[in-house]
Design a protein around this ligand. Structure first.
Ligand code: MIC
Ligand code: SF4
Length: 748
């Protein structure tokens, strides 16, 4: 972002912050400073944490190639000539990891040509910066080029908060939100509650930034951050590099947090300078007081945050989380005992480092330091070792500085600068389909099916240095900090703690930039979509609500336990159809566990009684009969990704209502945007009342109003009925979306 724009923001801050202090009658946290200085209309805006709906003006929008297709298709429906805020598109998710960077890239470019052509031509036309395939993963490229202290951005990807490492409030949202912000509308979000994390002590030895967030995942759980901003501060924060801070904020998505961010400090300034933004570093230094919490807040955080957690970094042990959920946490030192108790396979089949979460220079250096110790001792990695650099800049720098050659010497493979094995785009040949096996990575998510598409793969997440050390033991029972492994001479070998500078002493190497600026005259550019495409399909508006209550709808699916967006709309090979609503809908609920049968992905046709069909097949049959349906779900429904396909496919195939115990933030908004009614049980135990053969009515819809409960009646097969109370969080405006059939319809 141009320093000019940042300068204008900083200049506007003092007056706005003063007004906010007067109005709130108190000092401000950093999160509040950013929110108030981006208010669309500060005076009209109501401020009430957990209650008010904020209307904000964002500084920037970022899209990636998997969710960005829908975002752009929706933006195009708004009929604007140009985007109204600086925006970029990043081609990273669609690259399959198979045989190493060069070949994988070539394959991706030919396989995805149509989609890349679409994204490229649309970017060119509408004034959007385009980052080509191979340039890097969205969050890493944003951190290197666009994130800045005190800014506000949204991105069509749940790990957008990565930019919090540079003190930016960066929030993951659905594509529709991005489309609207690009079209010039204010962006809306629930005024978040605030969690303050006060860091004392100092990171040292084996402990790294990753351990702060994996520890917090265990403490706060995957729903602990829902509708909350997590703000980090305190003397310990200075011991964490800017990229380490990025790792922590990135993985705050696993807590369901709206976003996470750190106060501006010298480590951020150093990173800005190292990434060619000395002007922005100087600007931030001059405005430091506005880019940190007020002194009163630092002195007495409990008064200003809804919740405060203290972590003494000097006492923090390395952590590891998994399998299957990022909040299944424990110190590495306690893993072996748990592995034995649970009977998990101890042999590690693959070790992976990098991804958008952990591919900084520092991460790579520390991992290489571990690898070098092993090489010197004559040890060989016992598992395949895959490295995913986050960007071309990192790739070129680790190549120049000999880090890559160390990874190659231990038998590692450097993959393309892309998501690859983090999003089910990893074509493995070393294990049979459905073979239970263990892998260890430095990524952020470990839901079933997440890496290689197989739900039988048990994925553990930890820091890159721990992953690297474990690769030499090949066993989950090895504790790199306290344990030893046999060296080639038979003597016990012990690693010493990793070391590595945070920034390259010689500066970052320049890669092939991979950036393309938009056309000066977008009018002359034509957006490329073939009418015969199986990858892209122009969107048809969803029908308006017909004004009638929903009566006696069958239940397509009642999900049991974790229902992430990876369960509702799996990625991996399905990424292929992210721009084609009809085709991608064939994946709907493939991972969802059917509460009536315990089986994943399949259910009973409520009309014909036929069994063994996928939920999509059943939904398509119902749709053909003109019958709509509902979904019943469990806790934290829609956790994980921002992909709005998890809302669009159900909408497209006939879902009217989703009733759950609780929602994850982005998914709840996505449902609202697409015109589905998201409800929660007033009494979570009501979840147990729903049986396969029930029919469900939702009534009083004409009187739907903010804060007013909705009546839901369950019709039992024997003719009995039960009426329960459900809640919703729709605002007046969002009720308008429901009535119009979607937010987009309401806009037009
Ligand atoms: C993810 O990490 O789950 C993804 C893939 O990056 C998603 C976006 C997507 O589904 O395309 C996310 O985090 O939002
Ligand atoms: Fe890509 Fe994985 Fe990061 Fe998502 S979490 S952006 S899939 S690297």
């Amino acid at each position: 972002m141009a320093a000019e724009q940042i300068k204008r923001l900083y200049e506007s801050m003092p007056a706005r912050l003063e007004r906010a202090r007067r109005r709130f009658g108190r000092a401000l946290t950093l999160a509040e400073k950013i929110l108030v200085s981006h208010a669309d209309d500060f005076d009209k805006q109501e401020w009430s944490r957990g209650k008010a709906q904020l209307r904000l003006r964002v500084d920037r929008v970022a899209l990636q190639d998997a969710t960005g297709q829908m975002a752009l298709l929706q933006f195009m429906q708004a009929g604007k000539k140009q985007v109204s805020v600086p925006s970029t598109v990043h081609c990273d998710h669609l690259i399959r990891a198979q045989s190493g960077a060069r070949e994988d890239m070539e394959r991706a470019i030919s396989e995805n040509r149509e989609v890349y052509d679409f994204l490229h031509s649309a970017s060119k036309k509408y004034g959007i910066g385009f980052w080509k395939p191979g340039a890097g993963i969205i969050h890493q490229v944003v951190l290197e080029n666009y994130a800045f202290p005190g800014g506000l951005m949204i991105g069509a990807d749940s790990h957008t908060p990565n930019a919090g490492g540079l003190g930016m409030a960066a929030i993951g949202v659905g594509g529709a939100d991005c489309g609207e912000a690009m079209a010039g509308l204010a962006w809306e979000v629930l005024d978040p509650k605030l969690i303050g994390i006060r860091l004392t002590g100092k990171l040292s030895g084996w402990s790294s930034a990753k351990d702060i967030i994996t520890y917090l995942c265990g403490l706060l759980t995957v729903k602990g951050g829902t509708n909350k901003i997590i703000e980090y501060f305190g003397p310990g924060a200075e011991s964490i590099s800017a990229t380490g801070k990025g790792t922590i904020c990135n993985m705050g998505a696993e807590l369901g947090a709206t976003t996470s961010l750190f106060h501006f400090d010298d480590r951020m300034a150093a990173y800005l300078r190292a990434t060619d933004r000395a002007d922005q570093a100087a600007l931030a230094e001059r405005n430091r007081e506005h880019l940190v919490g007020d002194p009163e807040v630092l002195a007495d955080p409990k008064k200003y945050f809804d919740e405060v957690v203290e972590i003494n970094l000097s006492e923090l042990e390395p952590h590891i989380v998994g399998p299957h959920s990022p909040d299944r946490a424990r110190p590495v030192s306690r893993l072996a005992a748990e592995v034995k108790k649970e009977g998990w396979p101890t042999a590690i089949k693959a070790s992976l480092i990098g991804s958008c979460t952990n591919s900084s220079y520092e991460d790579m250096r520390r991992a290489a330091h571990i690898a070098t110790q092993a090489l010197k001792a004559g040890l060989k990695a016992k598992t395949p070792f895959l490295v995913t650099p986050g960007s071309e800049r990192i790739y070129q720098t680790i190549k120049r500085d000999g880090i890559m050659s160390i990874f190659e010497q231990i038998g590692g493979t450097v993959l393309a600068n892309a998501c690859g094995p983090c999003i089910g785009q990893w074509k493995r040949s070393d294990v049979a389909t459905n073979e239970v096996n263990t892998i260890v990575s430095s990524f952020n998510r470990n839901f079933p099916g997440r890496n290689d598409g197989s739900a039988a793969t048990m994925s553990f997440l930890t820091s890159p240095e721990i992953v690297t050390a474990m690769a030499f033991a090949g066993s989950l029972e090895f504790d790199p900090v306290n344990g030893t492994i046999p060296g080639p001479d038979g003597r016990a070998f012990r690693f010493t703690a990793p070391e590595g500078e945070e920034l390259p002493a010689r500066g970052f190497a320049q890669g092939e930039e991979g950036f393309e600026a938009p056309a000066a005259d977008g009018d002359r550019v034509e957006v490329k979509i073939s009418p015969h495409s199986e990858r892209l399909q122009l969107l048809e508006p969803f029908p308006r609500w017909d004004g009638r209550d929903f009566t006696e709808l069958p239940i397509l699916v009642k999900t049991k336990g974790k229902t992430t967006t990876d369960h509702i709309s799996p990625a991996g090979s399905w990424l292929r159809y992210r721009g084609h609503l009809d085709k991608i809908s064939d994946n709907m609920f493939l991972g969802a566990v059917n509460a009536f049968t315990g089986e994943a992905g399949k259910g009973v046709n409520p009309i014909t009684g036929e069994t063994g069909k996928t939920f999509t097949q059943i939904a398509r049959d119902l749709k053909a009969r003109g019958i709509s349906w509902i979904v019943i779900g469990d806790e934290n429904y829609g956790e994980g990704s921002s992909r709005e396909h998890a809302a669009m496919s159900p909408r497209y195939l006939g879902a009217k209502v989703v009733i759950v115990k609780s929602f994850a933030r982005i998914h709840e908004t996505n449902l609202k945007k697409q015109g589905i009614l998201p409800l929660t049980f007033a009494d979570p135990k009501d979840y147990d009342r729903f049986e396969q053969s029930d029919r469900v009515s939702v009534t009083g819809l004409a009187l739907l109003a903010p804060g007013k409960p909705v009546e839901v009646t369950i019709h039992k097969a024997d003719g009995k009925t039960v009426t329960i109370k459900c809640l919703h969080t729709l605002t007046e405006e969002q009720i308008g979306w429901f009535k119009a059939g979607s937010a987009l319809n309401a806009l037009k």
